[in-house]
Design a protein around this ligand. Sequence first.
Ligand code: NDP
Length: 336
Amino acid sequence: MHIEKNQEIHLLNRPEGMPLPENFELVTVPVNEIGEGEVLVKNNWMSVDPYMRGRMIDRESYIAPFALGKVLDGGAIGEVIESNNPAFSVGSKVAHMSGWREYFISDGKDLQPLPASPIPEQAFLGVLGMPGMTAYTGLLTIGELKKGDNVFVSAASGAVGSIVCQIAKLKGCYVVGSVGSDVKAEYLKHELGVDAVINYKESQDLTADLAKACPNGIDVYFENVGGAHLEAALNVMNDHGRIAVCGMIDQYNATEPVPGPTNLGQIIVKKLKLQGFIVFEHWDNYPTFVQQMGQWIQEGTISYKETVYQGIESAPEAFIGLFTGKNTGKMLVKLG
Ligand code: NDP
């Protein structure tokens, strides 16, 4: 099958500060006939994630930067629509890293067949995929969560944060979340069962508000934001507290070096443990995670939300929206 009108998003130039639509280009690239051992995949869903901002900078990191003038990549779910590969029949659903495009040809090595599941396929980009696995690993392995802990979660209504809040609640913890709007605060309180919420955009004094929301201090801080959030959390942490450093989205668009919190001495005084992590180093645990999370979802113990943009052309807007709080739960783009 020859696909004449395959659309994909290229990185046209590297963003300075907040990414803009002008940094991206929608390009039509035909897809040729498949060869021996190959399959043609039509993407149904693609993910946009904050870590992609780091890949738009030309620097050495744990993952290679995106190349200019080339198609971007990232997590996606597709369907095999033509196959010369006996391992993939037509109609099989696959997870892979060739997002930001409508169609592509694969030899199958980069495709993970989706397990049979009553849960909708796009959940494998969110609650059952990388963000869910990040929440589970960061909270339980890095944060060493214990029953009865006082837990603080920043970016608490997002793909990772909303799952962290719920796992902490089901493990019998007191949970406080920070979010950027009152609507998100309501979601946390009424749908996720979080004990207290701070709208950081309205806060005049984050330390004071956090101390009020956490009358027994903080034992585990799940760090998604950095900056003022980290400074406030350090002030309110209990002795021997743990900080799982997952992300620092407050800095991803910074154009100058970002000053550290002024109170890092609290790490010594309170004998804290701060540990950064990258979820892919823990991927051996994915089968255990997916079994457990699938069960929680089907029991109704864990719920999840998605914010969906339509069409490949909306992918840059969806990505930019991560930095202006446009999403509740997982930010996704529906293709086709
Ligand atoms: P989210 O779904 O949480 O989307 C981002 C959210 O962050 C926005 O909705 C917004 O919500 C909030 N936000 C954006 N800018 C700021 C800011 N300047 N200050 C405070 N909040 C902000 O994204 P994910 O759940 O996918 O990711 C959450 C964090 O986890 C990110 O930092 C990401 O980089 C990190 N991460 C790390 C991984 C790892 O392996 N270490 C793996 C996956 C994610 P609001 O309206 O509340 O401001």
